[in-house]
Design a protein around this ligand. Sequence first.
Ligand code: DX5
Ligand code: ZN
Length: 221
Amino acid sequence: MQTPWIAPSILSADFARLGEEVKNVLAAGGDVVHFDVMDNHFVPNLTFGPMVCQALRDYGITAPIDVHLMIEPVDRIIPDFAKAGASYITFHPEASTHVDRTLQLIHDQGCKAGLVFNPATPLDYLEWAIERVDMILLMSVNPGFGGQSFIPYVLRKIEKAREIIDASGRDIRLEVDGGVKVDNIAKIAAAGADTFVAGSAIFGQPDYNQVIDAMRAEIAK
Ligand code: DX5
Ligand code: ZN
């Protein structure tokens, strides 16, 4: 199992002060910046693209940026995100006609690659693609919006994904996204996750440090 990472989702940040918000949440103990890209096509919401990623780098953000693509098609925007400073690029297999090609494209651009599974999407793609995957992102809400409730059956799916990762012997992060809070993060960690996306739970509180410390204490339980 890898060192736990807290990945604040900037979807819930104050966009008018984005650079400052990202700096503050990292200073408060966030490990990576979770960057939710939505296209109003694959998901019914619209956010930001490579220019905003580049703007964060230009502002001096050096932490890894974990780009979660909720867009279709995916391939043509990947080089732009790599140039803009993305560290991880994850995509939903439903949004790519050639999943293996997309994973290779992400690696060719010098980034780490991951597959994202919606709550009801089976993990079958991993049977073959696991060799090209550096991160598995399990959605614990239906993608598109922050502030939704964690879907309980995803806990069993986290256990299953953990077994698959351990059996592969590969160095793969298991990230969980959606409805992660101080009061359920211990269960999510116990099921086998090592990377925890949290948007509204962090940005909805005045003291980011306090929430992130409380999350770490729960993970360590
Ligand atoms: C949802 C996004 C999430 C979202 C999580 O489609 O992928 O990253 O920001 O928000 P919370 O933590 O509020 O559920
Ligand atoms: Zn996300």
